[in-house]
Design a protein around this ligand. Structure first.
Ligand code: CA
Length: 461
């Protein structure tokens, strides 16, 4: 894996897709995130659909499958890339960082402004583009396994302080990347509705003897996270050395790890998250490749003096030097009332992914350190991304927390005021939560992740 920007990041590169040259776009020709969209063929009983690979460019999706079918790829791309693109989704090239890079180069050739070509090419250009607004995006890779980490020390500290004010961080935190196995089957793409889960909740504090209750979650929350797609797997029993970990990564996306706090509070001891988490997880539909992210790499978070150095299997100088990412992350909320009145969503928080205590290299290596086999298409999520400042907290559990009073008991939560006069401490039915992720650096084109959006609908009866 190379961590350095190259000619494909040249900010002067422009595309004949005009909207890709708009300074405000998240998808200039320097980004080209991978996605998949549904194509239907036939009619009536013969109707069937399958996923076509595409990349986002400006406000359009480029149908990469069509470039293969039309023969254009065969003429322009290396043979092994053409072969790799015959496989469904992005499986064919996911395992090879070199193929991902080759695809980027060849697509830039197709999309670059001034690229020559006659009438045939012009027809292909027209046919290969479709507006994002009218394209149904699906998972870019079928996700087999999903693991969620806890890599933000600010999140771990704030949440820990709610339960252990004097000792918020557990003694293992600075030694081991904490994680749990999530549920892959309930991962949905941005825009899918989220049904409020039902579940068992603890007896009310006022009447602890009354026993638990079962019903709709009352403390529904989001968690702002960044996800990493595994590019290639390791054999069962075979660890991944941290020096090679970055070769196993395909790219990043945004993740909303929806969380039912009341269900979580009652069920999590002693085995950890279960039904409070597995009812739904939303992903943004694009994989922003490690290639595209090269200019936005940075060093891992500097550990404060006195913090223990992780064990040698989790330490690599290159990973420390390049394993972090400069991604600005934002959370927006729009209530049903706001949507009805056509009020824009309000921003709840703004943070940065650079503040993570553990790198994806360390998370991946730790995951495989016992011989657990990762597979292409697995998703590893970072855990809630929270910063030091109170307005950079990545979930409502933290954002509306108001600390403890003089008596040591938690003060009432501080509600968020919405422009309609409504207030929120947790999510209401009809609320839409939108995450955004942007990478900016002087001298480079800004790139983005696209939206990670979900609207809460009432529990099923
Ligand atoms: Ca989480």
């Amino acid at each position: 894996m190379t961590f350095k920007p190259d000619d494909t990041h040249n900010p002067e590169l422009k595309s004949w897709v005009e909207t890709a040259n708009d300074p405000a776009t998240e998808f200039p020709i320097q980004n080209l995130p991978l996605c998949a969209f549904e194509v239907t063929h036939g009619e009536g009983e013969q109707l069937h659909s399958h996923a076509h690979p595409g990349v986002a460019i400006g406000d359009q999706i480029l149908d990469v499958g069509l470039l293969v079918e039309s023969g254009w790829m065969e003429r322009e791309a290396p043979e092994d890339l053409v072969e790799a693109l015959q496989q469904p989704y992005w499986f064919g090239l996911a395992h090879s960082p070199r193929l991902v890079h080759d695809l980027r180069v060849v697509l830039q050739k197709f999309l670059a402004d001034g690229a020559g070509g006659g009438q045939q090419i012009r027809r292909l250009r027209d046919k290969a583009l479709r507006p994002q607004s009218r394209t149904r995006l699906v998972e870019p890779l079928p996700i087999f396994n999903y693991t969620d980490f806890y890599a933000s020390i600010h999140h771990a500290t704030t949440v820990g302080a709610m339960f252990r004010p004097d000792n918020p961080l557990l003694p293992n935190y600075k030694h081991v990347p904490i994680g749990y196995h999530g549920r892959a089957s309930s991962i949905v793409v941005s825009g899918s509705p989220i049904t409020r889960p039902k579940g068992q909740q603890s007896p009310p504090e006022t009447d602890p003897g009354s026993g638990p209750v079962f019903g709709p979650c009352k403390l529904l929350d989001y968690e702002l996270e960044v996800g990493m797609y595994i590019a290639r797997g390791n054999e069962l029993g075979e660890p991944v050395p941290i020096g090679l970990a970055h070769d196993y990564m395909l790219g990043l996306c945004l993740v909303n790890d929806w969380s039912a706090r009341d269900i979580q509070k009652w069920e999590y001891q002693p085995l950890g998250p279960f039904l409070a988490k597995n009812f739904a997880t939303t992903i943004s539909p694009y994989i922003v490749t490690m290639d595209a992210l090269a200019p936005f790499r940075r060093g891992a978070m500097e550990r404060p003096a006195g913090d223990p150095r992780p064990l040698p299997y989790l330490w690599d100088d290159q990973d420390q030097k390049h394993g972090g990412f400069e991604i600005t992350l934002e959370v927006y909320l729009q209530s049903a009332q706001m949507a009805e009145k056509q009020m824009a969503p309000v921003r709840l928080s703004r943070g940065s992914f650079r503040d993570m205590y553990w790198t994806f290299g360390q998370m991946l290596t730790h995951h495989a350190s016992n011989g657990c086999n990762l597979r292409a298409g697995d998703l590893l999520a970072s855990g809630t991304v929270s910063g030091k400042e109170s307005d950079s907290r990545g979930c409502l559990l933290e954002l509306t927390w108001d600390g403890a009073g003089a008596d040591g008991k938690p003060r009432p939560r501080r509600p968020i005021q919405l422009p309609t006069g409504e207030t929120r401490t947790f999510l209401a039915d009809g609320d839409t939560v939108v995450f955004k992720g942007i990478c900016e650096r002087e001298g480079y084109r800004t790139i983005g992740f696209g939206e990670c959006r979900g609207t809460i609908t009432g529990s099923r009866v």
